[in-house]
Design a protein around this ligand. Structure first.
Ligand code: SF4
Ligand code: SF4
Length: 355
């Protein structure tokens, strides 16, 4: 649980914004949205580089700032003349603190959902937990949500503070910052941002932004449904029909966490790496014996939606494993829409003989 602090609103003028970020770079690695090919992505900011703050949303989510697409976990040598030969050496996880600037509230909320998987008492994963603990999340509220955003129907909102240390809202050239946690307070202090502003402005803006979100999903009936009934429901062939199993939906999703671990050896030096993977790929479940429990795409598509909308909420007694960012809807090349799939699952009624 993040240390909360007394809520405070700060007004940051244009020059103070740039100067503050530059000051922060002596203490933090800064990540933020920057232009990349035909879109925007979260990248580490170079000295003096400003994050782009007038974009819709980044193409990929901010998950890579804590959970990189490719990450070295261990190094080792196969050189038998070396003393430490065949010893797996864990990479140093005590890196510099980092601040993620300009992530949207949906992306911030996604870390809280993913945390249940990586930071649980049975199997805490230091490769995720350490970067997460070293991060300060400085969100950017959405005053102009996209037509495919549906965060308000999955427990979030364009001004949601869930998972954030600071929430920013742009007002022309000025940025207003709501300091939420002690981490956020420390960051604002280190940046030298301290001019107080009107506290009510965030409430007014939140109400206006929430009214703009009309897309939604309805999952109210899903909790009461039997997972086996949904698993064997005759709905998956139609849902999966057009799917190319390209994996775009999973790679762009802030709440997807599947990975693969591979060794890469050059000469005698080896690295054990963790790479994002996707439940949409046939190789993801291919076993060493040659058996594949999910050999056809229908099964893989079913797994993705069952995991997000049924298994996760059932396992954690929570809302769905989706923050409503809309990326998978915007980017799917064949227009498979999680809102429609959720509707189909939510409305599905098994025949009496099936239950
Ligand atoms: S993005 Fe669309 S086509 Fe690609 S794997 Fe996902 S659902 Fe299938
Ligand atoms: S499932 Fe789609 S809408 Fe939901 S969080 Fe993932 S990418 Fe965003």
């Amino acid at each position: 649980m993040k240390g909360q602090t007394e809520m405070k609103i700060i007004k940051i003028k244009k020059e103070a914004w740039g100067q503050g970020l530059e000051k922060l770079q002596s203490e933090f690695r800064l990540f933020g949205p920057v232009a990349d090919k035909d879109g925007f992505e979260f990248k580490e900011l170079a000295q003096g580089q400003l994050p782009v703050m007038d974009l819709g949303n980044t193409r990929l989510s901010a998950k890579s700032t804590v959970y990189p697409q490719t990450q070295v976990m261990f190094n080792y040598t196969l050189d038998e003349s070396k003393e430490d030969h065949h010893i797996m050496k864990e990479v140093d996880l005590n890196g510099q603190p980092q601040a993620v600037i300009g992530l949207r509230p949906c992306d911030a909320a996604s870390f809280q959902l993913v945390k249940r998987n990586f930071d649980n008492p049975e199997y805490p994963d230091p490769f995720w937990v350490r970067p997460y603990e070293q991060s300060t999340f400085v969100g950017l509220a959405c005053d102009n949500p996209s037509p495919t955003c549906f965060c308000t129907s999955v427990g979030g909102g364009p001004y949601s503070e869930n998972g954030l240390d600071v929430l920013l809202s742009r007002e022309g050239e000025v940025i207003l910052a709501k300091v939420i946690t002690e981490k956020g307070e420390a960051l604002a202090k280190a940046a030298g941002w301290d001019t107080d502003a009107d506290e009510n402005v965030f409430d007014e803006r939140r109400d206006a932004a929430e009214k703009k979100i009309t897309a939604k999903i309805n999952s109210d009936q899903l909790k009461g449904k039997n997972a086996n009934d949904l698993f064997s429901a005759p709905i998956w062939e139609d849902i999966a029909f057009a799917c190319l199993n390209c994996g775009t939906c999973t790679y762009s999703c802030p709440t997807c966490w599947c990975f693969d671990i591979q060794d890469e050896v050059k000469g005698t030096e080896g690295k054990r790496m963790r790479n994002w993977d996707s439940c949409m790929y046939p190789l993801f479940t291919l076993e060493g014996s040659g058996h594949n429990p999910r050999p056809v795409k229908e099964m893989r598509v079913r797994q993705r939606f069952m995991h997000k909308l049924k298994y996760y909420p059932d396992k954690y007694d929570s809302d769905v494993q989706c923050v409503g960012c809309g990326r998978c809807i915007d980017l799917c090349p064949v227009n498979i829409d999680i809102r429609d799939v959720c509707e189909t699952m939510n409305n599905y009624k098994p025949l009496k003989s099936e239950s």
